[in-house]
Design a protein around this ligand. Structure first.
Ligand code: MG
Ligand code: ZN
Length: 216
């Protein structure tokens, strides 16, 4: 019981900071997206594809969260996009305070779209409210069609579920109907978008969903 109480206290402290993030983002007119997925599902690849299509049209900034290294931040930074690195120091998720520190250290003026690449993990990133506008998750074909059944919390909080690596469908067992049924059970309102960062399939659908959510 005590453990549950401690977790509740941590989460309610987190929620207060998430509200602060919300106000800061509103004040600066920034639309923020929390991008979540398991390691290797294609978060950084999706970011690169997204930046490729929106660079020059929108002010974009990226926050890269990793347990260690700045490999992804270096890749995004080489696109000429404002990139902030968070090393979570071993934590397997970003909490509202980590995001707050990053936001406080950035020049948010002129930024229309801020994407946080969360730590690769399908579990606890879903438990920490951050104060962002939208939560987006990527699930990839090689991970299997059972993921919505195994990680219902993550799927239930996502405004959009992207299924990446559709180019691999001929080579692996993946039943799209089973996958989408699973998403429908936990989160019938989620947008379900099939993409391949390799072939470019569906990337335009994702970008138009995103722009629609931004009211652009
Ligand atoms: Mg990455
Ligand atoms: Zn964690």
């Amino acid at each position: 019981m005590t453990e549950i109480k401690v977790l509740q206290d941590i989460l309610s402290a987190n929620d207060r900071i998430a509200d602060r993030n919300r106000r800061l983002l509103d004040e600066k007119g920034v639309f923020a997206v929390n991008l979540m997925a398991s390691p290797g599902a294609g978060k950084t690849s999706l970011l690169l594809e997204t930046i490729d299509r929106l660079k020059g049209k929108l002010g974009i900034a990226v926050i890269e969260a990793d347990i260690a290294s700045s490999l992804d931040a270096d890749r995004i930074g080489s696109e000429g996009i404002t990139t902030i690195q968070i090393n979570t120091g071993g934590d397997c998720h970003v909490d509202a305070n980590m995001l707050n520190n990053a936001l406080e250290s950035m020049a948010l003026e002129g930024i229309d779209l801020l994407i946080l690449e969360n730590v690769g993990n399908l579990v606890c990133p879903a438990e920490f409210k951050l104060g962002v506008d939208r939560s987006v998750m990527i699930s990839s074909v090689p991970e299997g069609d059972d993921k919505p059944y195994k990680y219902p919390l993550m799927f239930s909080i996502a405004n959009a579920v992207l299924i990446n690596k559709t180019d691999l469908v001929p080579y692996v067992e993946f039943d799209f109907r089973n996958f989408s049924r699973g998403v429908g059970v936990v989160n019938p309102k989620a947008a379900l978008i099939q993409i391949s960062c390799k072939t470019g399939e569906g990337i335009d659908d994702w970008v138009s969903w995103l722009l629609g959510e931004m009211g652009k």
